[in-house]
Design a binder for this molecule. Structure first.
Ligand code: FE
Length: 343
């Protein structure tokens, strides 16, 4: 870990020097810290460069590393934009004082208010649902139509869900706290732990595969993992995904829990104007098509068509809870998981 941090510092120092020289001239660059590492993003960043003449410098790492890097760099951070997944993580960056408030009509008009920070410090770029996958041969969808139903004794030993250290589950729990209260959320966690087919391990895709392998009948996953498997170049993954069914929970009630990947402007952004321009570009119709499409996410820009797999699944009722609440309830969510013994 120490080595990684040192390497980060070295990169930042070189970077800080270059940006100091260019600052004297007019700033024609934007420094983007992103967890995303798709080729299509690179293409998109090139398009932005061509359009605006602003060069996009990218640092890719996982979200927690980027947050740590920005914290270490402090006021000298070259970062202009932070892109990461999950409102819980974006909230962490905000809480750590790494972001700043942005007033942008374009962002406010394009992004629904529940999908951005209440203080305008971060903005949702793409949407994912946290859904239920099941084996239709072993369980009927009526038995698992809500998140709450996953805690029912009927599901005993049949549920696959990843570790509670994962931010997606923490945000799901944060939404359950917001809707049902702490006591009900605690009971839910206890019920879910009882129903687990095995100790949590692996990512969302591994839970889907385990259902196919017969380790259980029901799994919880983000939408894009299933969509990616359905569109995978691996025949095995397609076979697995096609054998199972997707269910959007809580359609009769509050709607399915959703989350975003999003971006914010860094507190000490040396190129703030370019940073705002860059995020505005990412929610444009042109960019959203690529940005959301490549990861099979739902675009925040409602004018943009969904990827065909998402269209086939059809529209669904979404929980409209302001995603800022996911960050606010994160600590309590982790506590409840610990008390329930959810590994
Ligand atoms: Fe993911």
């Amino acid at each position: 870990m120490k080595n990684i941090l040192l390497a980060f510092l070295a990169i930042s120092m070189t970077w800080a020097c270059t940006s100091n020289t260019s600052e004297k001239e007019e700033s024609k660059e934007v420094n983007v810290y992103t967890h995303r590492h798709y080729e299509s993003d690179q293409q998109l960043f090139k398009d932005f460069e061509e359009k605006t003449g602003i060069k996009v410098n990218v640092v890719s790492a996982n979200a927690d590393e980027l947050i740590q890097k920005m914290t270490l760099e402090g006021e000298n951070s070259p970062a202009d934009v932070l892109i990461t997944v999950d409102a819980g993580r974006l909230h962490r960056a905000k809480d750590a004082g790494l972001l700043q408030a942005i007033e942008s009509e374009t962002l406010n008009n394009t992004i629904a208010s529940n999908l951005r920070d209440v203080d305008n410090q971060w903005f949702g770029l793409t949407i994912r649902g946290r859904v239920i996958i099941y084996n239709p041969e072993n369980i009927s969808p009526e038995k698992i139509s809500t998140y709450e139903s996953l805690a029912n004794p009927e599901i005993d030993g049949r549920l696959l869900i990843r570790s509670s250290s994962n931010v997606y589950n923490q945000s799901l729990m944060a939404s359950i706290i917001a809707h049902n209260g702490e006591e009900a959320a605690t009971e839910w966690a206890n019920g879910v732990v009882k129903n687990m087919a095995r100790d949590p391990k692996g990512g969302d895709r591994d839970q889907i595969k385990a259902v196919y392998a017969g380790e259980g009948d029901v799994a919880v996953t983000n939408t894009y993992y299933l969509a990616k498997m359905l569109n995978s170049s691996s025949e095995e993954e397609v076979k697995v995904a096609e054998a199972l069914k997707i269910l959007f929970p809580n359609q009769e009630g509050r709607g399915t829990h959703i989350n975003v990947s999003g971006a914010g402007v860094a507190k000490y952004a040396p190129n703030k104007e370019n940073a705002v321009k860059f995020i505005e570009f990412l929610v444009s119709e042109e960019a959203q098509k690529v940005f959301a499409g490549v990861n099979y996410e739902y675009p925040v820009n409602e004018k943009v068509e969904w990827a065909s797999t998402l269209k086939e699944w059809g529209d669904f009722k979404r929980d409209t809870l302001n995603l800022s609440v996911l960050g606010e309830n994160n600590d309590l969510a982790v506590k409840i998981f610990d008390r329930a013994g959810w590994k």
